[in-house]
Write a protein that binds this ligand. Structure first.
Ligand SMILES: C[S@@+](CC[C@H](N)C(=O)[O-])C[C@H]1O[C@@H](n2cnc3c(N)ncnc32)[C@H](O)[C@@H]1O
Length: 218
C-alpha cells in the first residue's frame, strides 16, 4: 500500500505488540503496521462510525481484519493493553484533550499534530512527558512535527517549544525555519515595524535566529 511521507514517517517509528491508532479513519496506518509486522495486533479507534467502517473495509481487503479490533470511541477511553499509541492528523488541542482524559501506563506515544504544535509541546513540558524524538517532515508543501514521548520527566527547554528538538536532525528543519522567517518578515513589513507585531511572533523570530546560528555552527 502506498503511504504518503507523513504516514510513512509514523509507520517507521512503530514497533508494537499492540498498536492503538486513535483517529484511524481510512485505516492505512494500522493496516500497514500489521501487514509489515511493525505491530503484531492493533486497535483502530475512531469517534466516527463512517470513518471506522473505512478502516474495517481496508483491513478486510488486506486480510488482516482478524488481527485488528475496531472501536467506535472517543480517544483512549476504551483502549486497553496497547504498548504504542498513534494520534495523528488532528489539531494539538484535540490531542491534548485526549491525553488529559486518559493515559495508558508505559505506552510509547507517537503524535503528529496538524496544527498548533507548540501548544502540544507546552502541554507535554508541563505534564512531565519525556520526549524521545521531535523532528520535522515535509509532505505536499506542508511541514509537520513527529513527536514521540513517554510518561516520565520533562526534557524540553522553553526555547524548544517553538520548533522542537530536531532529534534526529532532519533536512526539513532548516527549510521550515526559513519558511517561518519569511512569513514573520512579511508580517513585520506589513505592520511597518517589528514593535507592531505580537510578542509571541517576536519571540518566535528570536528563536529562529538562535536555531539558525546553532545550525551554522554544526
Ligand atoms: C483527518 S483524520 C486523520 C486520519 C489519520 N490519523 C491520518 O493522520 O491520516 C482525523 C480522524 O480522527 C477522528 N477523530 C477526531 N477526534 C477523535 C477522537 N477524540 N477520538 C477518536 N477519533 C477522533 C476523526 O473522526 C477522523 O476520522
Amino acid at each position: 500500500m502506498r503511504l504518503d511521507n507523513r504516514l510513512n514517517a509514523i509507520l517507521n517509528e512503530i514497533k508494537a505488540q499492540r498498536l492503538a491508532d486513535i483517529g484511524a479513519d481510512h485505516g492505512k496506518l494500522i493496516v500497514s503496521a500489521v501487514l509489515t509486522g511493525r505491530a503484531e495486533t492493533g486497535i483502530a479507534v475512531d469517534i466516527s462510525p463512517q470513518s471506522l467502517e473505512k478502516a474495517k473495509n481496508l483491513a478486510k481487503k488486506y486480510n488482516v481484519a482478524d488481527r485488528i479490533e475496531f472501536l467506535c470511541s472517543d480517544g483512549l477511553e476504551e483502549v486497553q493493553g496497547a504498548d504504542c499509541i498513534v494520534i495523528a492528523g488532528m489539531g494539538a488541542n484535540e490531542i491534548i484533550k485526549i491525553l488529559s482524559r486518559k493515559r495508558i501506563p508505559d505506552a510509547v506515544y507517537i503524535t503528529l499534530p496538524h496544527q498548533d504544535t507548540p501548544y502540544l509541546r507546552k502541554y507535554l513540558f508541563e505534564e512531565n512527558f519525556f520526549i524521545k524524538k521531535d523532528y520535522i517532515i515535509k509532505e505536499n508543501q506542508r511541514y509537520y512535527s513527529v513527536i514521540i514521548f513517554v510518561e516520565g520527566k520533562s526534557n524540553y527547554s522553553k526555547e524548544e517549544l517553538f520548533f522542537g528538538k530536531n532529534t534526529p536532525p532532519s533536512a526539513a528543519f532548516e527549510e521550515y525555519l526559513y519558511h517561518r522567517k519569511e512569513a514573520i518578515d512579511n508580517i513585520i513589513s506589513q505592520a511597518g515595524s517589528i514593535d507592531k507585531i505580537s510578542s509571541a511572533l517576536r519571540a518566535e523570530k528570536k528563536e529562529i535566529e538562535r536555531c539558525l546560528i546553532k545550525l551554522k555552527m554544526l
